[in-house]
Every structure is written in structure tokens, then in C-alpha cells.
Design a protein around this ligand. Structure first.
Ligand code: PLP
Length: 366
């Protein structure tokens, strides 16, 4: 089966992890600091605080900004649930904004409509690896004096007008989950230019401990292990190369699938560098999507729907969705999108086979 997403692991990662295992220092050792410095340098942002995963990275970012009871945070309606659920965990209310269907990222015009006196922050998600329109979003946050959080779980190395995602917000969060563009199996980071925010996150990640067994605030154990950091360091060294391979694969798909009238291919805005965390097509007739999935599966090709349900229709978030929260683009997207196999380990043969099989399906249904 050709997998829709998969980690790209070579001997470098295996050696680095084994080295940590032999060192005996498995928990939060010096290699975590090494990863944090390297990741900061890669982004050009002074502070990276490595944490257990992208979910707690969001939680800590919100906590460090003082988001809590009575606050509202605007989130895209079309994303993984953690973007909104961590707002709830922090004690605030998520307010869902619709997406722009060219990029599948939050629509600045709808954000403006959702701002209230209680709005404390906006979380922007660079979905599928395509950056959101940061200029417009930064203007909004300045005009209304609210915080900007970037959820970069899917956008390691993506760029808006030549600057990397994660460098625009008051704070940015990353996930290093197994299938992300940079993986540690599980892992995450909070990135910021602000020293106070970085220090707060560092404290919260480690039980509010300022010196051994001396705790100034209540925190948690959201630390990253040395095993994860060693894996991440090796991945970081080849992130640009892996992203280039993703772009190469995307270009092949774009070329081979361009004339199929039944689908819309992903776009790359003139101001964007897309890193194709996912290669997600739009199947015009929503009823055909599951048939295409089934057909590809029968030919040994796995696909996935990111995401089959908009957040405002998630039972877990129902108490936060009102009629005015209805997001038509997001709701439509959930019925039409389909992600094709995309990961750096795909061979040219596999990519051509996927494209050929997609074409075959649409010629058969004619
Ligand atoms: C947009 C987005 N935000 C947050 C997360 C949460 O990251 P993690 O799975 O590392 O907790 C993910 C990961 O799936 C994601 O895709």
C-alpha cells in the first residue's frame, strides 16, 4: 500500500537515537537545548522551547499570553481539533472563522466579523503547509490590539513573502508528530521573539521549577525527551531537502493532473512558499470523493480526508458554535477535500502510478 503520509527516517536518525540510548541520559538532557538552538537558528527567532507535542505547545502559548476565563480566541473552522480544544483547555472560548478556499487558511475578512470586545487572540493555521495571508492578519491584530498565534504544526519551512512561518506571531507553535514535515515521533515547540513569553513557557513546561525542587508557579511535565530531540536534530538538518522533495512531488502531481475537469488542484499564492504537508485536491462532485478513495484503495493507494467535519460541527465543541458561527466554506471543504499520498520517501514510480490511477478513475466514470 502506498501510504498517504509517512515519516522519512534514515540511518542518521537511527544512529543519533542509539547514541542517546547508550548515553544513559534519556530525559531532558543537553541535546534538547541543542535542538532548541538549532531550530531557533533555522527560523531566525531567538527563543524555541521544546515541549512534548504540538497540542501542549498551543496550550502553553495561550497560558503564557495570559489567555483565560472570559476571553475569546478566533480560530479557523477548518483545522485539527487541537487548535480549538486548547483554547477551551486554557479556559477561553473559541470563535470559529471561515476559510479562504484558495488556500484553506483562515479568511481575514471573516476574522474581522468575528472580533468582539472579548477577543484576546487569533490563532492562524498554515494548513497543509500553505501560509495564511500574514500581512492582512497582522494588520487586524494591530488594529484591534490582539495577540497573534501561529499554529505551524503543518508548515515547517513554509514562507510568506520570503519569511518563514513561525516568525510573524507573538508566539508560534510547532508539532513534530510522526507524519509532520519534521518528525520526532511525538514532539512540539513554542517559538517566540519575546523573552518573557519564552521564560513563562519554560517554567510551565517543568512544574514551575526555577531551581531544584523550588517551584514558583504551578506547572506540568510537558518536557521533550533527549531521544526525541536527537531524532529532531537529524530531521532538521535535512528539512529543506525533504521540503524540496515534497515540492517536486507536488509539481509532478500538478502537471499530471492539471487537465482533469472534475477536480481542483492545490494553489500556491504568488506570495507563498508551500511545503505540501498535504497534497489536497478538491473533488467537485462530493459524491465522487468516497468512490475515488475506494478506487485508489483497491489499487493499493491510501488517501485521507483532512478534515471530514468542520470544528463548529464537532460534538465536543458544540457549546461554542452559534448560528453566526456557521462557516460555509469550511463546511463545503469538509465534503470535497481529499489528500493524495505525500511524503519525501515516495519514489518517482509511485508518484506516477498515483497520478495515472487518479486519471484512470475519472476516465472510467465518464
Ligand atoms: C494544525 C494542527 N495543530 C495542532 C496539532 C497538534 O499537534 P500534536 O499532534 O503534536 O499534539 C496538529 C497535529 O496533528 C495540527 O495538525
Amino acid at each position: 500500500m502506498i501510504k498517504v503520509n509517512a515519516p522519512y527516517i534514515t540511518e542518521d536518525e537511527i544512529k543519533a537515537v542509539v547514541e542517546v540510548l547508550r548515553s544513559g541520559q534519556l530525559a531532558h538532557g543537553p541535546v534538547v537545548g541543542e535542538f532548541e538552538r538549532a531550530f531557533s537558528e533555522y527560523l531566525g527567532v531567538p527563543y524555541t522551547v521544546a515541549v512534548s507535542n504540538g497540542t501542549v505547545a498551543l496550550y502553553l502559548a495561550l497560558k503564557a499570553l495570559g489567555v483565560g476565563d472570559g476571553d475569546e480566541v478566533i480560530v479557523p473552522d477548518f483545522t485539527f481539533i487541537a487548535t480549538a480544544s486548547m483554547v477551551v483547555a486554557a479556559g477561553a472560548k473559541p470563535v470559529f472563522a471561515d476559510i479562504d478556499l484558495r488556500t484553506y487558511t483562515i479568511d481575514p475578512e471573516d476574522v474581522k466579523k468575528k472580533i468582539s470586545e472579548r477577543t484576546k487572540a487569533i490563532i492562524v493555521v498554515h494548513l497543509y503547509g500553505h501560509p495564511a495571508n500574514m500581512e492582512e492578519l497582522i494588520d487586524i491584530t494591530r488594529e484591534y490590539n490582539i495577540y497573534l498565534i501561529e499554529d505551524c504544526a503543518q508548515s515547517h519551512g513554509a514562507e510568506f513573502k520570503g519569511a518563514k512561518t513561525g516568525t510573524f506571531g507573538d508566539v508560534a507553535t510547532f508539532s513534530f508528530y510522526a507524519t509532520k514535515n519534521l518528525t520526532m515521533g511525538e514532539g512540539g515547540a513554542v517559538v517566540t521573539k519575546n523573552k518573557e513569553i519564552a521564560e513563562k513557557v519554560m517554567l510551565l513546561r517543568n512544574h514551575g521549577q526555577v531551581s531544584r525542587y523550588y517551584h514558583t508557579i504551578i506547572g506540568w511535565n510537558f518536557r521533550l525527551t533527549s531521544i526525541q530531540a536527537a531524532l529532531g536534530l537529524q530531521q532538521l538538518r535535512k528539512l529543506d531537502k525533504m521540503n524540496s522533495r515534497r515540492r517536486e512531488i507536488a509539481n509532478t502531481y500538478l502537471e499530471k493532473l492539471q487537465d482533469i475537469a472534475d477536480i481542483v488542484l492545490p494553489a500556491e499564492m504568488p506570495w507563498a512558499k508551500h511545503v505540501y504537508h498535504q497534497f489536497t485536491i478538491w473533488v467537485k462532485k462530493s459524491g465522487l470523493r468516497s468512490k475515488l478513495m475506494e478506487y485508489l484503495k483497491s489499487k493499493g493507494i491510501q488517501t485521507a480526508v483532512h478534515y471530514p467535519r468542520p470544528l463548529h460541527l464537532q460534538p465536543a465543541l458544540s457549546e461554542f458554535s452559534h448560528k453566526s458561527d456557521l462557516c460555509p466554506n469550511s463546511t463545503e471543504a469538509s465534503k470535497h477535500v481529499l489528500s493524495l499520498p505525500m511524503h519525501p520517501g515516495l519514489t518517482d514510480e509511485e508518484i506516477h502510478y498515483v497520478a495515472k490511477t487518479v486519471r484512470e478513475f475519472f476516465s472510467l466514470i465518464r
